[in-house]
Design a protein around this ligand. Structure first.
Ligand SMILES: Nc1ncnc2c1ncn2[C@@H]1O[C@H](COP(=O)(O)OP(=O)(O)OP(=O)(O)O)[C@@H](O)[C@H]1O
Ligand code: SF4
Ligand SMILES: [Mg+2]
Length: 327
């Protein structure tokens, strides 16, 4: 496999809230290799965004973060704000989940790209940076990029704004691009176009992309590997082909069963709710919703372990082997 660019080990994030400590991320392990597209999937509240906000050093001060996040050989947890600023937007950048907050409404889009370029390449002249900004708008598919660079975000459609956000994120050719639900607010056609732009960037620049989504259909279309998150942990990971063909964790199987596919007339949603992270259960977080749960599942937290060609955090995986025929 290609060079390891991002390696997360035993990442834990606890927020101090008025109701007590909330354990948002509870021991996430995850590797991202150069040039790959890695999907991160899981229900709302499973800790997808917080994991990568922690990796970027972007969580508020009341968040207690521990573990290790190595980006290109540099430890990000506990790094100085100067190191973090250099890494962010340089080696690793993020397309944030909320597209409206990503652009400054009072600055021209070209200037916003120039600002990112100059933050990391001090010796770039104004003219060079402006030309590079237009090139970037062109790369992400903005027509008449030179003219559009002078416009403000409100003059762009939602899909075009998201292209601008991508242009800013890739301005300094990051090794890792984290795309947090980059297509959620967009209609289906525009979603497909934005995914194409991200794939194009990944291939053209050899960027590793972490694609966070709640949509396994999107993962199936574009990702090489996938990490399934549940209740602040990764519960299953592996190649997209293996995971779709023979998922081992009941939660993954539940996600796949709720995905429309040929030959299945009725979708089966996962019943119940994720645990309250103010009081997470001592054992497997999925146990209250899992029809296979046994006493041992509730006794202690299952760790990820190798199982067939996947990694799973289900202690009953051997008994539950099944093929979906979805891959
Ligand atoms: N700043 C914060 N303060 C307190 N709790 C937070 C904060 N940010 C996130 N959380 C909590 O951390 C948990 C994980 O949140 P996170 O945003 O990572 O979920 P997610 O998997 O990205 O969900 P979604 O699919 O809805 O974006 C949730 O319980 C959330 O309420
Ligand atoms: S460990 Fe037990 S409760 Fe958890 S997913 Fe596996 S069978 Fe279900
Ligand atoms: Mg999120």
């Amino acid at each position: 496999m290609s060079e390891l660019v991002l390696s997360i080990r035993d990442l834990r994030v606890t927020f101090n809230t008025p109701l007590g400590p909330l354990e948002a991320v509870r021991g996430v392990d995850l590797d991202v290799h150069a040039g790959e597209m890695m999907g991160v999937v899981g229900e709302s509240g499973s800790g997808k965004s917080v994991t990568f906000l922690a990796a970027m050093g972007l969580l508020p001060h009341q968040a207690k973060v521990s573990g290790s996040v190595m980006l290109n050989g540099q430890e990000m947890i506990g790094a100085s704000s100067k190191v973090l600023r250099n890494m962010r937007g340089g080696l690793m950048s993020m397309i944030f989940q909320d597209p409206l907050s990503a652009l400054n409404p009072v600055h021209r889009v070209g200037d916003q790209i120039v600002e990112m370029l100059k933050a990391h390449s001090g010796n770039l002249s104004d003219k060079q940076a402006a030309l590079r900004a237009v090139e970037l708008l062109d790369v992400v598919g903005i027509p008449q990029a030179a003219e559009r660079a002078h416009q403000y975000p409100h003059e762009f459609s939602g899909g075009m704004r998201q292209r601008v956000v991508i242009a800013i994120a890739i301005a300094n050719h990051p090794k890792v691009l984290i795309a947090d639900e980059p297509t959620t607010a967009l209609d289906v056609t525009v979603q497909a176009q934005i995914l194409e732009v991200i794939e194009r960037v990944q291939k053209a620049f050899g960027t590793a992309v972490v694609l966070i989504t709640h949509d396994l259909g999107v993962i199936a279309r574009v990702a090489d590997r996938v990490n399934v998150m549940y209740a602040g942990r990764n519960v299953e990971k592996g190649s997209v082909d293996s995971l779709f063909d023979h998922p081992s964790h009941p939660y993954t199987r539940g996600l796949l069963a709720s995905l429309p596919h040929e030959g299945i007339e009725r979708l089966t949603p996962i019943t119940g709710f994720p645990p309250n992270m103010l009081m997470p259960p001592p054992g497997c977080g999925f146990a209250p919703r899992c029809s296979h749960a046994i006493d041992a599942c509730r006794a202690s937290l299952p760790s990820l372990r190798a199982f067939a060609d996947l990694e799973t955090a289900c202690i009953c995986a051997e008994e539950l082997v099944v093929r979906t025929g979805l891959s």
